[in-house]
Design a protein around this ligand. Structure first.
Ligand SMILES: *Cc1c(COP(=O)(O)O)cnc(C)c1O
Length: 434
């Protein structure tokens, strides 16, 4: 394979610039934004050049439905090969017997699980959104919240899952599905205890490891797979691949139901270039170097959490066992919306996030969520993450001191330091963005 920057100007080819200067300009701007700022959004990462190549490949031209070897259209030999590679790698990486790599996203993976295991109106017990749960686990505006009967568990005063509450709600409401895993829950989950609670209630256990799948793959976090009936994941967060979802199980009967829930249940044809890119990222995650990456992601998230706490910024649950952490801004008197705007101006991209017991509306919130996956990919270690934590603290404390007003001088000073650090850790080195 040819992958020489000298011969190949990169993903933003001259062809695109000539054919569609407007789209080219927007993509080039996005590349510069990624290069020049620090990405702290926990659901983002920087995929490999090989993943970009797979995403931009001719397999995008092919339409297939069904599973490898059982398609509804001809000409599928290479599509079958690609999807089979992704399936086999997912099984090897996570040590399971069945994998479906077709879900277009994590939400659609979860929708397929609901369709496979439940009837409309069944009770589902999942984590509340403000405790760190995900929309696709039964939140009110989501299909899973409208067509099923959601019951929610939360976290205790320390920010940890209240297992006694989970147990009590399961006894009281007898859910058909119990869900663990969330979008903003930073701590390790007691999967074995969740399974015991599910068994006692006669429920299936779904583990949604979207936000720690990469750590499971790299042996830096316990695996939910031995405990859950079904495990779902996204491929684009700390697993560091293209956008998409995965469904994993060891149960042959469930696997058949899950396959037909994905197609023809909730999806049509396969997005084969995304599946090819999933195969690439799963192959990368099987390499020994990915273990080092996963360990560094965790060490970096902890270095960031420790730095913030040392600088007097409250961190939900007092730290993290995953690539993400959540700062609680209520003691500083700041909102997540204002703080994330200020940090973005300083070159630090993160997202506002509700915190446990938040009384601010979802568009405002009282928290910020940070993740270490993308920064670790560009080469940052704990020293860099401690510097980042210091910059975040500088911006937030300046705001707090001004009663919540933005401090442009501090933001611009941090912006300059961020730019200098980013130049020392280029993304896609050698890529021509002109
Ligand atoms: C990110 C995430 C998903 C998937 O979201 P999509 O945007 O649909 O890919 C699912 N579950 C959890 C817990 C997540 O954090």
């Amino acid at each position: 394979m040819k992958d020489s920057p000298a011969l190949e100007p990169g993903y933003f080819l001259d062809r695109l610039r000539a054919a569609d200067p407007e789209v080219h300009a927007a993509l080039a701007g996005e590349l510069e934004r990624q290069q020049d700022g620090i990405e702290l959004i926990a659901s983002e990462n920087l995929v490999s050049r090989a993943s970009l190549d797979a995403l931009g490949s001719v397999i995008v031209n092919k339409t297939v439905e069904g599973r490898p070897g059982a398609r509804y259209y001809g000409g599928a030999a290479f599509a079958d090969r690609i999807e089979s590679l992704a399936v086999e790698r997912a099984k090897e990486l996570f040590g399971c017997d069945f994998a479906n790599v077709q879900p277009h996203s994590g939400s659609q993976a979860n929708q397929a699980v609901f369709l496979a295991l439940l009837q409309p109106g069944d009770v589902v017990l999942g984590m509340a959104l403000d405790a760190g749960g995900h929309l696709s686990h039964g939140a009110a505006p989501n299909l899973t919240g409208k067509w099923f009967r959601p019951v929610r568990y939360g976290t205790d005063a320390a920010g940890l899952i209240d297992m006694a509450e989970v147990e009590r709600l399961a006894r009281e409401h007898r859910p058909k599905l119990l869900i663990c895993g969330g979008s903003a829950y930073p701590r390790a989950i007691d999967f074995a205890r969740f399974r015991r609670i599910a068994d006692a209630a006669g429920a299936y256990l779904l583990a949604d490891m979207a936000h720690f799948a990469g750590l499971v793959a790299g042996d830096a976090h316990p695996s939910p797979l031995p405990h859950a009936h079904v495990t779902t994941a996204t491929t684009y967060k700390n697993l560091r691949g293209a956008r998409g979802g995965l469904i994993l199980t060891d149960d042959a009967a469930l696997a058949r139901k899950l396959d037909s829930a994905v197609f023809p249940g909730v999806q049509g044809s396969v997005i084969l270039n995304a599946v090819a890119a999933k195969a690439v990222c799963l192959g990368e995650a099987l390499k020994p170097s990915f273990r080092a990456y996963a360990a560094q992601v965790l060490a970096n998230a902890r270095a960031l959490a420790d730095t913030l706490m040392q600088r007097g910024i409250a961190v939900v649950a007092g730290g993290t066992d995953t690539p993400l952490l959540v700062a609680d801004l209520r003691p500083l008197g700041l909102t997540g919306a204002a703080a994330s705007d200020a940090l973005e101006a300083a070159g630090l991209t993160c997202n506002k996030n509700v915190v446990p017991g938040d009384t601010q509306p979802p568009r405002v919130t009282s928290g910020l969520r940070f993740g270490s996956a993308a920064g670790t990919t560009r080469g940052f270690g704990e020293d860099e993450f401690r510097r980042i934590g210091g910059w975040i603290a500088d911006v937030l404390h300046a705001m707090a001191a001004a009663g919540g007003a933005r401090d442009e001088a501090v933001e611009q000073a941090v912006r300059a330091d961020v730019r200098t650090l980013c130049r020392a850790f280029p993304i896609y080195p050698g890529l021509d963005t002109a």
